[in-house]
Design a protein around this ligand. Structure first.
Ligand SMILES: [Zn+2]
Length: 194
């Protein structure tokens, strides 16, 4: 079964009223859309649909996790995803572009596929900064990239402050300067990425 069929709502024959649909999302959806960011996923999609004469009004709630690469250590981790959105399905003789808010169907179409909407919503729900939760980064990978954590930087700064009465020796000073530069460079890089 392809994604278009798997995530379809068959609206034909639905009388006016409220309906509920549940879908499961796994790896297949991300492969179908050839995602380069999301390797895998395990999510539930809960759809409440209100059918009126003119349209179907959907509320879509997506909950679960996706597997993405950590920005810091590049190893995969499970990113929780929570998305809530609304989508209208309307009918028109004229061909209209899907804009993310209204999905247009020709009067002859009996099914509306939510595959694209679900996929895009999951991608949109991902945070800009994708990193392992506290301390979960692979230490080997980190040392390979020689990445300095904020904590490490602060510890060195505090150490320097504790010795405030005495002037900093040259070695500590140059170490601090080098660390500060490296952190700033990293910040610059991650901003560019976003
Ligand atoms: Zn990591």
């Amino acid at each position: 079964m392809n994604a278009a069929t798997q995530y379809a709502i068959s609206w034909k024959g639905l009388k006016n009223g409220t309906y509920h649909f549940d879908f499961k999302v796994d790896k297949a959806l991300f492969q179908e859309f050839e995602s380069t960011e999301i390797e895998d996923g395990d999510l539930n999609v809960s759809v409440t649909a209100e059918r009126t004469e003119k349209e179907l009004s959907l509320h879509v709630a997506i909950r679960g996790t996706v597997t993405v690469a950590c920005d810091r250590c590049l190893e995969p981790y499970q990113q929780p995803v929570a998305f809530d959105g609304d989508l209208l399905i309307r009918f028109s003789d004229e061909e209209q572009e899907y804009d993310g808010e209204v999905l247009w169907l020709a009067p002859g179409e009996t099914e509306a596929s939510l595959a694209q909407y679900i996929y895009e919503s999951i991608v949109l729900a991902l945070p800009y900064q994708r990193v392992h939760p506290d301390g979960g980064c692979d230490p080997d990978m980190l040392s390979r990239f020689r990445i300095v954590s904020e904590e490490e930087f602060e510890a060195i700064e505090q150490e320097a402050e504790a010795r405030h009465a005495q002037p900093l020796d040259n070695e500590s000073l140059s170490r601090l300067t080098a660390l500060r530069q490296r952190l700033e460079e990293e910040d610059g890089e991650s901003e560019e990425k976003n």
